[in-house]
Write a protein that binds this ligand. Structure first.
Ligand SMILES: Cc1cc2nc3c(=O)[nH]c(=O)nc-3n(C[C@H](O)[C@H](O)[C@H](O)COP(=O)(O)OP(=O)(O)OC[C@H]3O[C@@H](n4cnc5c(N)ncnc54)[C@H](O)[C@@H]3O)c2cc1C
Length: 450
């Protein structure tokens, strides 16, 4: 009899897992993807706003990690890879635009120079003197990024330099994100005995490497999703998986039926619900992982508009603006610039402020235009405006996250034939999701191989 595996969740994690299962288990394996939505892709979505495909969820990947380029090469899609035009982003703070601090670790500087002009002279003096202020870090401990940075450098560094970057990656705030999971190299430098935050950041900064940091797909992530689905040959079942229980050595997935193995590639709350009966301790821990909701408003302008020559604008959290960031997509990406129109993505919503995401489309579009006008002076009417809400879009890697994930994985390891994957485990970015999904699929294949 052929092996049967159900992959619950049809985001990038689930699609990669299904594809890897097919590669290893061969054509006879019965692989299904169970997805609650009628659309596959989860937080990846590509739409056509009139002049070609545009990503309105994730738009890029870290090109220095190998997973996405390797996957694209394997699927014959290497010619899809495009790189940014090389323009730098800006920060909106105190009513004006500033260059994004260079040489920081997620906005945390190793010295005052990086944030000069963005923070007050008092804050700059405090940063300069930081090495001489006694510092205590307990090896192996964790705390919020805000706690560490505000205690050493002051609140302005958190609000104007760190928050804008964490808002982009996690839809989070320095208060809701933990040092150990979000900044592992910083935690390692602190554990190794750094005697100041400045020294720890200096030690943790990545060695400059040649080549672009980010890449994207010319025709959007939709191309990758389609290729993965096609190559996986998986059967797609549109349903919400609502329960998981043992049936002898096999697993019963409600309402799908009995399978040999299961990969839960769903967000943490859904994984917690599915694990509740079979791994209650892991389930309770997964339940504690909180999610941030956000909304993206994509604005297309047909004619020429006076967009700054920058890739984007991040917004300080002490600024009087509703949007948290703008991607100036037609400046950031050459392939979009070549289409001859302009595209701007405004992002709204940070952890703990989900109300904004519930605003009507008209309200979100009006806010996007108003805030864009405030930061760039552009008042032109967009020819197309598209609103995408991402409910529960990004998990918060809170203090203690690494230990929580270890506990969840320990609990799941007891369940032969069950694996977890997804953005809430070892990184929210697409490359991390691909890596985790590949590991989950490999473990399942080891277990079910004859
Ligand atoms: C606005 C935004 C911008 C981003 N930008 C970037 C970026 O530029 N670069 C980058 O690398 N990353 C980015 N990310 C992060 C990245 O997109 C996500 O972390 C990643 O796509 C998550 O993939 P996933 O498959 O793990 O989860 P998801 O995409 O959440 O997929 C999980 C799927 O499970 C389904 N599901 C849930 N419950 C059930 C159930 N009970 N039964 C069946 N199905 C269920 C859901 O409907 C969903 O389709 C961004 C995220 C957001 C929200």
């Amino acid at each position: 009899m052929s092996v049967s595996v159900a992959v619950i969740g049809g985001g990038i994690s689930g699609l990669v897992a299904a594809y890897r299962l097919r590669c290893s288990l061969g054509p006879d394996a019965d692989i299904s993807i169970v997805e609650t939505s009628s659309r596959l892709g989860g937080k990846l979505r590509t739409v056509d706003l009139g002049s070609g495909p545009v990503d309105i969820g994730a738009e890029a990947f870290i090109a220095r990690r190998p997973e996405v380029p390797a996957l694209l090469a394997e699927l014959g899609l290497s010619d899809q890879i495009v790189y940014p035009a090389g323009l730098s982003p800006l920060i909106w703070s105190q009513g004006s635009l500033h260059r994004l601090p260079a040489g920081t670790l997620m906005g945390i500087p190793a010295g005052g120079d990086a944030v000069a002009g963005l923070v007050s002279s008092d804050t700059l003096s405090r940063i300069s003197a930081e090495r001489s202020v006694p510092f205590h870090w307990e090896c192996g401990s964790d705390c919020s990024v805000a706690h560490l940075v505000s205690e050493r450098f002051g609140d302005q560094v958190v609000r104007r330099s760190v928050d804008p970057l964490l808002g982009g990656v996690y839809s989070g705030l320095a208060e809701t994100i933990g040092v150990r999971a979000a900044l592992p190299t910083l935690a390692a430098a602190l554990d190794a005995g750094a005697t100041s935050l400045s020294d720890a950041v200096a030690a943790a900064l990545p060695t400059p490497a040649p080549g672009p940091v980010f890449g994207a797909l010319k025709d959007g992530y939709g191309v990758l999703l389609d290729a993965l689905l096609g190559a996986s040959g998986a059967k797609v079942i549109t349903a919400a998986a609502s329960g998981l229980r043992r049936e002898g050595t096999r697993w019963f997935v409600d309402p799908i039926g009995t399978v040999d193995a299961v990969i839960l590639a769903v967000p943490a709350p859904a994984a917690a619900a599915l694990l509740a009966d079979v791994a209650p301790v892991a389930a309770r821990t997964a339940e504690e992982i909180r999610l941030a909701s956000s909304a993206v408003v994509a604005l297309r302008f047909a004619g020429d508009i006076d967009l700054p020559q920058n890739s984007g604008i991040l917004v300080a959290t002490d600024a009087d603006l509703t949007a948290k960031a703008f991607t100036l997509s037609s400046r950031k990406w050459t392939h979009l610039a070549q289409r001859g129109d302009h595209l701007v993505r405004a992002s709204f919503g940070r952890f703990g402020a989900a109300e904004i995401v519930e605003s009507s489309d008209a309200e979100l579009i009006a806010l996007a235009r108003e805030d864009l006008s405030t930061v760039t002076g552009i008042t032109d009417e967009p020819t197309v405006a598209f609103v995408q809400r991402w409910h529960g879009g990004l998990p918060q890697y809170a203090p203690g996250h690494t230990a929580m994930v270890a506990e969840i994985e320990h609990g799941v390891a007891e369940l032969a034939g069950v694996e977890v994957a997804g953005s809430w485990l070892h990184g929210v970015g697409v490359p991390a999701c691909v890596a985790v999904a590949q590991t989950a699929a490999a473990r399942i294949c080891e277990g079910v191989a004859p």
